[in-house]
Design a protein around this ligand. Structure first.
Ligand code: GDP
Length: 296
């Protein structure tokens, strides 16, 4: 089930409830069961789905509602609010300010779209008047520096990296120091990934983070990873204090559940989504418009 299907299923459940002759406990239960099924199929964690059900039941007490109250609307609003609160950890992330140097470190598994997203993030901010620069501290993957260099050159964004140095901490520190001296106000550090979660990767993230003291650590995840997202996000959160999430490949087979899990695991908001391979296929993420769009 892709994300659009999740939205479609929830909308249909709400419409069926809305079309029922009477909105009673049974109509509400049927609607909630349908929504539950859709969320589980979209790989949302069971615990989160159970909480959503309980919260809606608590919010909507049909018996206690005064005669004439629009029960349909109350249920619809409760579902909307609960979906929003699943995506909203309740605290905003660090926001870089123009003219004031910030270091933003990107973490994520190999293939998540991290390097592509670093350039998209830099490009987005440059269009907003920032002066960004990119540091490639990925010494693990052969070709990582070339890829960043190519992306950065195309977008005309200054970059720093090395073909010979194998210590990612050293490159990260050198790059950050250099761009700080040159008065760049948004220094973006791309880091290594691995195909799977490994102790060595998390130790490396801890060291790079300790050495560069980022103002923000962004966890990048592939939107289609589903159930694996919670553990993955939590593991990164433990090694570098993740403060925001970017979900990539939302143009593909993203089901949505993974993004919800990453928010829950890191207690951090999704700030952007990637919607394609191209540099400007990148959108600011806002919870309410997203849920509105999801429900059509
Ligand atoms: P990294 O290993 O995490 O640095 O991942 P890369 O940045 O190399 O990206 C892996 C692949 O995913 C590349 O082919 C990218 O073009 C692609 N990619 C990254 N973001 C998106 C996205 O939002 N949508 C799509 N369709 N592809 C993406």
């Amino acid at each position: 089930m892709v994300l659009a299907e999740l939205g479609g299923s929830i909308s249909r459940a709400l419409k069926r409830m809305s079309d029922a002759t009477v909105v009673d406990d049974k109509a509400l239960a049927d609607c909630l069961n349908e929504i539950t099924r859709a969320l589980l199929q979209a790989d949302v964690r069971f615990a989160a789905v159970r909480d959503l059900q309980n919260n809606i039941r608590r919010l909507v007490n049909l018996e206690a509602l005064a005669a004439g109250t629009n029960k349909r609307k109350i249920i619809q609003q409760a579902v909307f609010c609960e979906l929003c609160s699943m995506l909203d950890p309740g605290k905003p992330s660090f926001v870089p300010a123009k003219g004031k140097p910030s270091v933003v470190m990107f973490v994520g598994l190999q293939g998540s779209g991290k390097t592509t997203t670093c350039t998209k993030y830099a490009y987005h901010h440059r269009r907003k008047g920032f002066n960004p620069a990119l540091v490639c501290a990925d010494t693990f993957r052969a070709g990582a520096f070339d890829q960043l260099k190519q992306n950065a050159t195309k977008a005309r964004i200054p970059f720093y990296g090395s073909y010979n140095e194998s210590d990612p901490v050293k490159i990260a520190v050198e790059g950050v120091d250099r761009f700080r001296k040159e008065n760049y106000d948004l220094i973006i550090v791309d880091t290594s990934g691995r195909h799977k979660q490994e102790a060595a990767l998390f130790e490396e993230m801890r060291q790079v983070s300790e050495a560069t003291k980022p103002d923000l650590v962004i966890f990048v995840m592939d939107g289609s990873i589903g159930q694996a997202a919670f553990d993955q996000a939590q593991a990164f959160k433990q090694s570098a204090s993740v403060g925001a999430v970017i979900v990539t490949k939302m143009d593909g087979h993203a089901k949505g559940g993974g993004a919800l899990s990453a928010v829950a695991a890191t207690k951090s908001p999704v700030i952007f989504i990637g919607t394609g391979e191209h540099i400007d296929e990148f959108e600011v993420f806002d919870v309410k418009p997203f849920v509105n769009r999801l429900l059509g």
